[in-house]
Design a protein around this ligand. Structure first.
Ligand code: ATP
Ligand code: MG
Length: 450
């Protein structure tokens, strides 16, 4: 037998019925984004490596060890599979002059790539949905974005998600803090791990982002950036908090929250949960007022967030909130091939009225010697008995079967058979008036759900 090819480690296929849950979440997020007037943007998955090196910062986990970078064999370009989408969105905004007519509210969704150790909630291809507000300086935008994410958890019915908040201030404030931080860590050099010793010289703030448990107490006692903020930065931060308070959004100030990329300033935040083991951060974001300029655009402020789709879906499953399903409204039973054209015409009419309709068809499951030795006609002509088809209809949990039997077709009708309790009785429906009973059927289904 030919050897099987499997997916790359840490990169997952998303299969039904899971994929239905994905679509449901995507639809919820799309509605949310539209309700806040955010517009969709789609950027390439591959970008020049320089975009991330310059955008995210050379001394970050992502750029140092997580990027899928390669040289284009044909022209020698240095390329990278995007590890996140903010840099690409900003590149696109600059390239297409998107801020020419004023600020923009944008959102995106799609796969990201990081070469990490695969484990629960951490994959090499994972998915983010994110929002970016480009060209806005006011703290009300930071707050708007946090309210959006908070609203999403509420609308999904999720519980046990906490908001952590910090302000990283402005570059001069960070500079002062940096000096204090370097002095502190130098005084405790012996307690630093290898990564942190190196970062002490290149990017000491990153030491605060360490995942090494042995360094936590050292990091906890380090000088706090928040104590170095001036009046403007504090006023910005306080306004964000005032909006959250007015909206009843609980948060916890976390002075050690720094986030994984260098581009942040002022507000940073994360939504975390203790229900997903060590991969407990489901959403992260903040303000990045200098990134647009750093990537070659006219200086403009910005703020955004992204959440991890896999982690949110895992939480939805953990809390038994996965209520979406792919069950059809109607399962069509067609025992004879001769009636197929008429049946399919009717099903198309029902679908155009908004009903979910599944047509019966026997599957030729993985071909063994037996199946291939049969004449192909014989295989596809046999649709299965009425009884066998009704069994399938029942198994797929559809509330109704629609039976196109010999007798029915002769009479110019179709039998609508209720398969569950509470969805009416068996009746015959005229084939020349599908529109009117189809609409009534849909109303009935909607009423049954409520
Ligand atoms: P972590 O601290 O867990 O590595 P991060 O700070 O690197 O997260 P961000 O870059 O802020 O994550 O990305 C935003 C969100 O994307 C995270 O909060 C998380 O939900 C999700 N995410 C990040 N990396 C992965 C991954 N490798 N697999 C699955 N989801 C991820
Ligand atoms: Mg990470």
């Amino acid at each position: 037998m030919t050897e099987k090819i499997t997916a790359v480690k840490g990169m997952n296929d998303i299969l039904p019925p899971d994929s239905h849950l994905w679509e449901w979440l995507e639809a919820c997020v799309r509605d949310l984004m539209h309700s806040y007037a955010y517009q969709n943007i789609r950027t390439p998955i591959v970008e020049p490596s320089a975009l991330f090196i310059r955008g995210l910062g050379e001394v970050t986990d992502i750029v140092e060890k997580e990027m899928y970078s390669f040289e284009d064999r044909l022209n020698g370009e240095q390329l990278t599979l995007r590890p996140e989408a903010t840099a690409g969105v900003v590149r696109a905004a600059i390239q297409h002059n998107l801020l020419y007519e004023g600020p923009r509210r944008l959102y995106y969704t799609g796969p990201m790539f990081r070469h990490e150790r695969p484990q629960r909630g951490r994959y090499r291809q994972f998915h983010q949905m994110g929002a970016e507000a480009l060209g806005f300086a006011g703290p009300q935008l930071d707050a708007e974005l946090i309210l959006m994410a908070h609203g999403l958890w509420l609308s999904l019915g999720l519980e046990g998600i906490e908001l952590e908040l910090n302000s990283l201030g402005q570059p001069p404030e960070r500079q002062q803090h940096r000096q204090a931080l370097v002095a502190y860590f130098e005084a405790h050099r012996e307690a630093l791990d290898e990564d942190s010793q190196r970062r002490l010289l290149t990017n000491p703030l990153r030491i605060l982002d360490t995942k090494n448990p042995q360094m936590q107490s050292l990091v906890n006692a380090a000088p706090r950036l928040i104590d170095f903020l001036g009046a403007d930065s504090m006023a910005h931060f306080e306004t964000v908090q005032a909006v959250l308070q007015a909206n009843g959004v609980a948060y916890r100030l976390n002075p050690r929250l720094v986030r994984g990329m260098d581009y942040y300033n002022l507000t940073v935040f994360e939504f975390v949960t203790d229900q997903l083991g060590s991969q407990g951060t489901i959403c992260g974001g903040g303000r990045y007022d200098y990134l647009i300029e750093q990537l070659g655009g006219k200086p403009a402020p910005a703020v955004g967030w992204a959440f991890g789709v896999e982690r949110v879906l895992e939480l939805i499953k953990a809390q038994n909130l996965a209520k979406a399903s792919a069950v059809p409204d109607v399962y069509a039973v067609v025992p004879q091939m001769a009636h197929m054209p008429l049946a399919m015409k009717t099903l198309t009419q029902l679908r155009s009225l908004g009903l979910k309709v599944q047509m019966h068809s026997p599957g030729q499951t993985p071909m063994g010697g037996d199946a291939s030795s049969q004449a192909p006609q014989a295989a596809w002509m046999a649709l299965g008995s009425m009884k066998a088809q009704l069994k399938k209809a029942d198994a797929c949990l559809a509330p109704f079967a629609l039976i196109f039997g010999e007798q029915e077709v002769l009479e110019g009708v179709v039998t609508l058979k209720a398969l569950r309790d509470g969805v009416g009785s068996q009746r015959k429906m005229p084939l020349d008036d599908v529109a009117s009973w189809g609409k009534a059927l849909q109303c009935e289904l909607l009423a049954a759900v409520v």
